[in-house]
Design a protein around this ligand. Structure first.
Ligand SMILES: *Cc1c(COP(=O)(O)O)cnc(C)c1O
Length: 227
């Protein structure tokens, strides 16, 4: 078995185990293989094992990879900083954008998705770490974004995304994830489509699963370290 296949199998076993111990259903959780900086060959190999969701954090890289890999059932997730003027590069390809936290980004996604006759799934990124470089809106801004998004025909708002602080302190990480789950529950009342919670990376996905994550964004544990 190749290293990549082995890593995916180990991760799958861990997620399944975590679901069993926390009473979650495995099929309610989407594993996004974060393939940023990694070659097409590794994506093909992961696809061959059954992996269908892939995440990228640079728009041109997502565009190039999507144009090179023609798999009908592969879903691309944009998880990195959105430059509004580059949304046009990914609009034909991307299925999910996790990093939306400005009205002008929503408007541009809507406009470009319309040009391709598509609807793009969007998650609102919330800053749950108090680290400004991580991006995301404040909790108090979520409502305005959700209300605006609900007026856009080519944007489908599906949930919230957040990144915990980069720290070894598991309590601090869990508290951040708890905060995002609380915000989701709060807004679900008026926005019943807000069912997804994108949180958890290689180092903290177990904590995220315990706090209700439905989308794990995992890179290095699958593809190995990035240089
Ligand atoms: C790179 C990245 C990940 C994956 O990180 P790993 O630690 O490699 O699992 C997840 N989310 C975002 C937003 C990223 O940029």
């Amino acid at each position: 078995m190749s290293v990549l296949k082995k890593q995916l199998a180990i991760l799958e076993e861990s997620i399944t185990h975590q679901c069993l111990t926390s009473g979650r259903k495995r099929e309610k959780i989407t594993l996004i293989a974060v393939s940023k900086t990694k070659p097409l060959e590794m994506i093909r190999e992961a696809y061959a094992t059954g992996q269908r969701h892939f995440g990228e954090n640079r728009m041109q890289e997502l565009q190039e990879k999507a144009e090179s890999l023609k798999y009908d059932d592969l879903q691309w997730h944009m998880i990195g900083t959105l430059q509004t003027n580059k949304i046009k590069f990914i609009a034909a390809h991307v299925h999910w954008i996790h990093s939306v936290f400005k009205v002008k980004q929503l408007n541009e996604i809507n406009k470009r998705a319309a040009q391709h006759n598509r609807v793009i799934n969007v998650l609102i990124q919330v800053n749950i770490s108090d680290e400004p470089q991580k991006g995301g809106c404040k909790a108090s801004e979520i409502d305005e974004l959700l209300i605006h998004a609900s007026t856009l025909e080519h944007v489908h708002t599906r949930g919230l995304m957040g990144m915990a602080k980069f720290t070894d302190n598991e309590t601090s990480i869990s508290n951040s994830f708890q905060l995002l789950q609380d915000l989701q529950q709060q807004h679900l009342k008026n926005h019943p489509n807000l069912t997804e919670l994108s949180m958890g990376m290689s180092n903290d996905y177990v904590l995220a699963l315990n706090k209700g994550s439905t989308m794990l964004r995992i890179g290095s544990s699958i593809f190995g370290r990035r240089i």
